[in-house]
Design a protein around this ligand. Structure first.
Ligand code: FAD
Ligand code: AMP
Length: 483
């Protein structure tokens, strides 16, 4: 193996592995360096997403949803189940098998595409050289025309709740509980906090989410956020807004450890709550530890992200950066698209990425999903728009499936009717919002979506009806505006 590459990617998460595969597809000699190891010390590809993020969290969300349905929903369909129980270690084992299968898949794709998969730690030196330290500490320097930095992100820690990996955990620890905690605290009612809180709540934990902000899911459209809060609260999640955690103390009670959390409540008073486990989900930060030599030429911004332009070029020639380690939403698919863009740019193509149309999903049940501008953003920008909403309660497929909570909200430009955003809480919201993302990519109007023939009965019909409602002519509900 020669040590001179066209492209070296550092990090094999969804940003890095996609960049590496696309570069190799384009005929570029490519290597991808990854330092992640499994508990036996073997190198593992896939990054946060496959190992401790998107995939394992969805595996546990699916297991816990099946359990919850069997326990609470089957009876309504006339299905008798007898006693239902949950074997947490088996559930975690299954999740581990899913993770192994998916990360093994990336290694397989590397082989199939002739990407050199190198296990160890990469460090960017000057003039796009990369120092590779293998897992035994041996170092060598590799040369590349282009280097793509895709080192990802790690959970943020806060001093009031230091993670001990036992009673106070981060998102990674919350994927490994061996039993269902009776009382579970979650700091931060954001995407990850709500998903992990939902997993353990469905399995029987009494979950309290402490959120510092006074609005729920502040960056989502607030019509949908309010509806989602109602639904999640009904499910048993105790979401407390304007509650900032200020301290925590791990104590022993009857030989069992628990944590007493101190926080300022909505009235500004000090309050306390005791939990068996506490998950800290207050966000993630870009990860660049040990990544950059002093003379690498790569600059960071004030938030610690690698500074890049719209095309993901860093301040060092021939060095690119993508994914969670750069500005923008920390989402797997955002990094993957940047990976494709950068690989194609290196190969001489003129690819650009549309940062305005990036779907965002929270995998609670029902799912919460959005794409494009929220009504709050449009208002703040002084834009004129029309809004159509449609409830799943009026969708036959949703009622038949006992999934009739939630709604679709479609927003279109008042003058041109082009769809500006779509926000959904409801069944299959992640997949429904993607339909609108495709429509938006092609510049569709609300009328275009309303004129499209949708299969019946489908959840998707809620998207069509919301588009029709933009002009006041939804069919399956009375309209506010008549046309
Ligand atoms: P990462 O996936 O973080 O990968 C970076 C890789 O680089 C790591 O493997 C790391 O070991 C490696 N690395 C770092 N430094 C070096 C070095 N010097 N040398 C060698 N290797 C190095 N996003 C979604 O879009 N949908 C979801 O449903 C979703 N769910 C999530 C659930 C949880 C619990 C968490 C924690 C995250 C979730 N995310 C989700 C976010 C998603 O995981 C990240 O946005 C995504 O993984 C970022 O991809 P990345 O490739 O930029 O970085
Ligand atoms: P996200 O960025 O979606 O992962 O959400 C993280 C959430 O944690 C944000 O909504 C923050 O407001 C919240 N948060 C951060 N620090 C604290 C704190 N000390 N107490 C409670 N919530 C917090």
């Amino acid at each position: 193996m020669s040590d001179k590459y066209d492209v070296i990617v550092i990090g094999s998460g969804p940003a890095g592995y996609v960049a590496a595969i696309r570069a190799a597809q384009l005929g570029l000699k490519t290597a991808c360096i990854e330092k992640w190891r499994d508990d036996k010390g073997n190198g593992v590809n896939g990054g946060t997403c496959l190992n401790v993020g998107c995939i394992p969290s969805k595996a546990l969300l699916d297991s816990s949803h099946k359990y919850h349905d069997a326990k609470h929903a089957f009876e309504g369909h006339g299905i008798g189940t007898g006693d239902i129980s949950i074997d947490v270690p088996s559930m975690i084992e299954r999740k581990n098998r899913v993770v192994k299968q998916m990360s093994g898949g990336i290694t397989g794709l590397f082989k199939a595409n002739k990407v050199d998969s190198l296990y160890g730690t990469g460090k960017l030196l000057a003039n796009h050289k990369v120092e590779l330290t293998d897992n035994d500490g041996n170092k060598k320097v590799l040369d590349a025309d282009n280097v793509i930095l895709a080192s990802g992100s790690i959970p943020v820690n806060i001093p009031p709740a230091p993670v001990d990996g036992e009673v106070i955990v981060d998102s990674t620890g919350a994927l490994e509980f061996t039993e269902v905690p009776e009382r579970l605290g979650v700091i931060g009612a954001g995407v990850i906090g709500l998903e992990l809180g939902s997993v353990w709540s469905r399995l029987g934990s009494k979950v309290v989410c402490l959120e510092a902000l006074d609005s729920f899911l502040a960056i989502m459209d607030q019509t949908i956020a309010k509806e989602a809060k109602k639904i999640l609260t009904k499910q048993g999640l105790d979401i407390r807004l304007s509650c900032r955690v200020t301290g925590s103390e791990v104590v022993e009670n009857n030989g069992k450890k628990e944590v007493i959390v101190t926080y300022t409540d909505q009235d500004g008073k000090e309050a306390k709550e005791t939990f068996d486990k506490l998950i800290v989900c207050v966000g993630r930060r870009p990860y660049t530890d040990g990544l950059l030599a002093d003379d690498s030429g790569v600059k960071l911004d004030e938030r610690g992200s690698i500074y890049v332009n719209d095309l993901c070029s860093t301040s060092a020639p021939g060095v690119w950066a993508i994914g969670d380690v750069v500005r923008g939403p920390m989402l797997a698919h955002k990094g993957s698209e940047e990976g494709v863009m950068v690989a194609e740019r290196i190969a001489g193509e003129k690819t650009v990425m549309n940062y305005d149309i990036i779907p965002n999903v929270i995998y609670t049940h029902p799912e919460i999903a959005s794409v494009g501008k929220t009504e709050e953003q449009l208002k703040a920008d002084g834009e004129s728009y029309n809004v159509g909403t449609f409830p799943f309660l009026a969708i036959g497929r949703a009622v038949a499936a006992d999934e009739a909570e939630g709604m679709v909200k479609m927003i279109a430009d008042e003058k041109t009717d082009r769809v500006l955003g779509c926000h959904i809480v409801g069944p299959a919201a992640a997949d429904l919002v993607q339909q609108v993302a495709i429509a938006m990519e092609f510049g569709s109007t609300a009328e275009d979506i309303g004129l499209t023939v949708f299969g019946h009965p489908t959840f998707s019909e809620a998207v069509k009806e919301a588009a029709l409602a933009v002009h006041g002519h939804a069919i399956h509900m009375p309209n506010r505006k008549k046309r």
